[in-house]
Design a protein around this ligand. Structure first.
Ligand code: C5P
Length: 229
């Protein structure tokens, strides 16, 4: 089976509060999304990368990676799951049994080592796998009034990161099922979970942060600098 990749990058970045969508902000020598795409391009076994963008996006075409023969531009949707579904549909040559990596445009600090480990362990698993990191804080569940209902045992709690790796056909069908049933899907694994599947958790570096707030850019810059050594 072949390996493909999808980068959802059609979000507005409303929480970040910048005029520019957050994936186009400069981080060290290039934009956030260029870092994320180049991390995937380094893996020569990835046949093509479908990047889901807002239909009115006029920033992407000026990036050098937009001209890479393995990079394909696709219109995203109103929700992340729609963007991923559109990108999957654009990978016309993918077979159902092929594997697909889905990676947030907003996670520029993922390491090559983690991507390699995910591919190795995920492709050996019947469902696939995601990068994840154990929760270090004590976790509370709240009541409707904002009071503490309970403390959740953090022993089994992980933060879901990306990339996430699944069989092309399984992911397409799971996203379609969740769309039809109006189920909440905030990452690709949750779509598979709704279908009764149990993807593997592969522990990845907590440096693989999602750029969400302005402070995250400075933190990401420190992490990227550390990578080069
Ligand atoms: O909003 P959040 O940070 O969770 O977005 C995660 C990723 O999903 C981002 O890279 C964002 O651009 C993408 N996204 C998308 N289509 C949407 C919403 C978010 O591709 N409609």
């Amino acid at each position: 089976p072949r390996l493909w990749a999808v980068i959802p990058a059609a979000g507005s970045g409303a929480r970040f509060g910048a005029a520019l969508p957050k994936q186009y902000l400069k981080l060290a020598d290039k934009t956030v999304i260029e870092h994320s795409i180049s991390k995937l391009l380094m893996h020569s076994d990835i046949a093509a990368i479908a990047v889901a963008l807002h239909p009115d996006d006029h920033f992407f075409s000026s990036l050098s990676c937009a001209n890479d023969s393995r990079v394909l531009r696709v219109d995203g949707g109103s929700e992340r799951a729609h963007s991923v579904a559109n990108a999957l549909a654009a990978l016309e040559k993918a077979a159902d049994s092929d594997w697909v990596l889905v990676h947030d445009a907003a996670r520029p600090c993922v390491s090559n080592r983690d991507i390699k480990r995910l591919i190795e362990l995920g492709c050996a698993h019947s469902v696939g796998a995601i990068l994840a990191s154990p929760v270090v804080d004590t976790v509370k569940r709240s009541t409707a009034l904002g009071e503490i209902a309970e403390t959740v045992d953090r022993k089994d709690i992980w933060r879901a990161l990306t990339p996430q790796l699944f069989r092309y056909g399984d992911l397409r069908d799971a996203l379609r099922f969740c769309h039809d049933q109006q189920l909440l899907v905030t990452d690709e694994a949750s779509a598979l979970e709704h279908c009764g599947r149990q993807p593997l958790l592969v522990e990845g570096s907590p440096r693989n942060i999602k750029i969400t707030y302005p402070d995250d850019l400075a933190i990401a810059e420190v992490f990227l600098r550390g990578e080069e050594q």
